[in-house]
Each structure stands twice: as structure tokens, then as C-alpha cells.
Design a protein around this ligand. Sequence first.
Ligand code: G1P
Ligand code: ZN
Length: 547
Amino acid sequence: MKINTISTKPIAGQKPGTSGLRKKTPVFMGHHYLENFVQAIFDVVGTVDGQGAGKTFVLGGDGRYFNAQAAQVILRMAAANGARRVIVGQGAILSTPAASHLIRLIKTDGGIIMSASHNPGGPTEDFGVKFNMANGGPAPEAVTEAMYKRTTEIAEYKIVEAQDVDLGRIGRHDLGGMIVDVVDPVSDYAAQMETLFDFPAIRAMFQGGFRMRMDSMCAVTGPYAIEIIENRLGAAKGTCVNAVPLPDFGGMHPDPNPTWAKALMDEMFGPDAPDFGAASDGDGDRNMVVGAGAYVSPSDSLAVLAANAHLAPGYAGGLLGVARSMPTSAAVDRVAAALGIASYETPTGWKFFGNLLDAGKVTLCGEESFGTGSDHVREKDGLWAVLLWLNILAVRKQSVSAILAEHWVKFGRNYYSRHDFEAIEASKADAMIAALRARLGGLPGTEVEGMQMTYADDFAYTDPLDGSVSKAQGVRVMFAGGSRFVMRLSGTGTEGATLRLYVERYVAGPEGLDHDPQEALAPIIRVAHELAGIEGFTGRKGPDVVT
Ligand code: G1P
Ligand code: ZN
């Protein structure tokens, strides 16, 4: 087979953010763009090992527009670069957690995932590519930085001349001497879930009339949800909705939060609400869970899962420790303290959990951005979280709202909310953060709105295992009694800057546990606006999305 070496020029602005490289689809489809980035990945991670043997990779994506075409390009480039074998999900489909699982199960040298996660998909929406390492987790910063550097100096890429591989047909294919194994994207993942959770108990709960609505938002978890929840766990047909992955996600914004999963929220707060509702995002790593009339914030979900994980067979031996991203509420820390296990606070982004998971320091991790997961893979895992909740509900035989209420009485409640200000002019957002940073030293010890500021910094993290340091991960201002706000700029947006304001307030209980979070947090929100001068710098009075 003919290997072509194509001359190319570096394309500016390919810096990967919090999780891989995301751009507007037309940018990715532009001349040599995808090819440049993929060649940069291969140049950095290597396609041939020290003995000269070709490496093995996993490949799949969330099914969004350009997914199937991009897969063919990546396969042709893997073959041209000397890879030995690529395992691809049928139809070029793999959820992010399922890809992570396959990398670990087959012990490949890593994998390429095509997704822009929860960002909308389509000809004018977003596309993305990320590389996961041999441990199944996202490439660490040193590796993504090296890839970025490579894209700035790249002069050529390699690609074989060949017909498309039939990715619809499960089985072994040949592409210029490289093996392409097309596999069922669901079966290995579903088998792993069966080892972690008490499927008979959950099945019995469904048989007893338990009702659920699982909204896959026309994204990748549809086939996984149907197989696991309807086929294997026996939930009523129709439990899984929006279960066919579509190139444009049916026009949905596949981000499982109360704003974008509004139909689910309406159903769960309606007169005939099912017992349990859940949604997942574009590539299946995020989740939102809701009870009848009871929204569970991701930070609370993490805490409840940590407190109850031992009820599932996969975690019956207890947890090694827990980790949360810095902006995530401290609710899980209180559970960890009660369990006598360690809790870690890391920068935003799942990649920071990798070392802790690999070293056996933590079993569960989570982020306020609807991400929860465990050491079963090296990504957050939406369906895993849904199944752990189902397992807990099946054992405790209580409603979601009763479980939440009991949790707050026992541990106190961390009222929590995130406010997002989207598509701000980048220079304005930068100026605002810079001005706030400059004031941090003077804040501790002073009082605003009757609240004492106790501590302020720009979060820096030293990885306890490899010693790597990540600076400027978010400005945080803490108040006496466990309240705080955090501000940082998103690393995943594709349009201008997104300012994220995270606010938290702790109430020990037993009184004051049932307020509306926005009301309970109002003073801290006001203070954050005042101190940072959000309106003055950005012209924005209020957020675009509140979660
Ligand atoms: C966002 C979330 C972060 C998550 C990431 C990838 O990143 O805030 O927690 O890990 O998406 O799903 P951000 O846009 O804030 O950089
Ligand atoms: Zn995602």
C-alpha cells in the first residue's frame, strides 16, 4: 500500500485545553487541520515501540458530525505511521468511559477519542480529538503541551492511500498491513458494569414497579443505556429516551444539567414523575441525577455516592480515598472525614485524578461539572454513576429525596451553585481575573456584608506522586464557617472566554437545610460580583447558565 508523506504548514491556535483539542467543526475539517493534530499526537506518543514493533491503539467517538470521516483519516494515518493494530468501536462509536475501559482491558498503548464532550455537534458546531494514555486516562499536561508544541513546528504528515475500512462490520480488517479490529462498543463495558453492581437487586427493584427516565440526549450513551438498563436490568421499554446517537444530537445541547436537560427536569418535577431520572452528555462521561421532585447537585451526588458506595459489590471493601476538583463543594470531604479516609483537592480536569487513581490513593473522584467516576476506568463515567445510584436505591429502598435529606442531617449541607458567563471577550475576562488576583493579598481579615474573609489565593497544585506543579488554577476567596467563592476561566470553550463563578455555603444543620440554593447563596454571589467587578469589566449583570 502506498504511504504518502504530505507537506503541511503549522496551523496556529491548536492549543489543547482542559480535555484535548476542541474547535468548530469546519476548522477541524479544514485543509490538513485534523491531519496536523493527529500527526502531532503520533509524533509525541510514538507509533512504534523501542523494539521497532508497531503499537496498538483504541479509536472511537461520540458519533457527532465528522466522527466517521475523521475515524477513516486517523486509521489511514495510524497505518502510515507504523501502528500494528487499532481497535475501533463499530460505527466509530465509543463512549469516553468505554474507550478508557477498552484501553485498559486490551492493554493498548493508548487511544484516540473523537468528541467535543457536551458541546453541540453538527456542521457548524464543535468537534474534538483527545488522546488517552495506556492507563486509560487523558494525556497529562506535559504530553498535551508537547503535542501543542509539535503542531507549531510540523512540516509533514503520513497517510496511506486506501479505501475506507467498513467500520459497520464487526471483525478483523486489514488496512495497509495494519490490523483494524471492529468491536461491539457496548459489550465489554456492560460486562464490567455487571462486575461492579448488584444487577439482580436492581432488576428486582424494576420488577417491583420502580420507574426511571434515562435521557441520552441523542448522544453516545443511547445504545449503552438500552442494553444495560432496559435489556439487562429489565427496566420498562421506553425508559431510555433520546437513545439513538445522531450527528447533530438532534439539535440538543448534550450537556446534562437543569438548563439543557430541561425536558427531563420538567418530567421529574411534574405530577407523574418517575422515581429516578438521569441524563448523560455527548461522549457519556457526564451525568445528572434527579429524584422525583429532587435535583441532586453533582457535588452532593459525589458525597452521597461516597457515603453509600459500600452497598455495591464492587466497592463493598470500602474506599481507599476520595478526590474532588477544587471548585467542587467540600461535601465529600465531610464524608471522607467520617469514614476516616483521605480526601484530595485537585485542579479542574479529570486528568489530575489519574495519578491518585493509579497509585491506589483514591477510589472515587468527582467534579462539580456533572462528572463522577471511580478507579474502574480513568475517565469520569456517566452511566457508572447512574448505576451506582440505582444500586444504592435498590438496597436502601428509599426515595432520592429521603436519601438526600438524611445525608444533610448527618453531614450538614454545602449549598452550592455555579454561574457561567459565556462568550465574554477574552481580553476583558483576562483583565478582570488579573485585577482580582492583584487584590487577593489584601482580602483576608477584612469583612464584607458581615462576612469575615479568612483566606484568598490563586489555587496551585503539586501532584503528590510526580511532583508536577500546576499554577493559576482558579482564584478562591474563603469566609469564616466554610463559605467561599471561586472564579476561573474555562479551558474547554470554543468562543471567547467563559467565566465560571462557583459559590458555596456550609450549613451544619439540623435547621436551615431546606432553602433554595440561590437564596441561601445570594450574599456570597453579591460579594463575588462586587469584589471582582464582573459587570464593570465584562458588562454582564448576570450569568447565562446556572447549575
Ligand atoms: C469543564 C469542567 C471541568 C471538566 C471539563 C471536561 O472544563 O468545568 O470540570 O473536567 O469541562 O469535561 P472548563 O470548561 O471549566 O475548563
Ligand atoms: Zn463529556
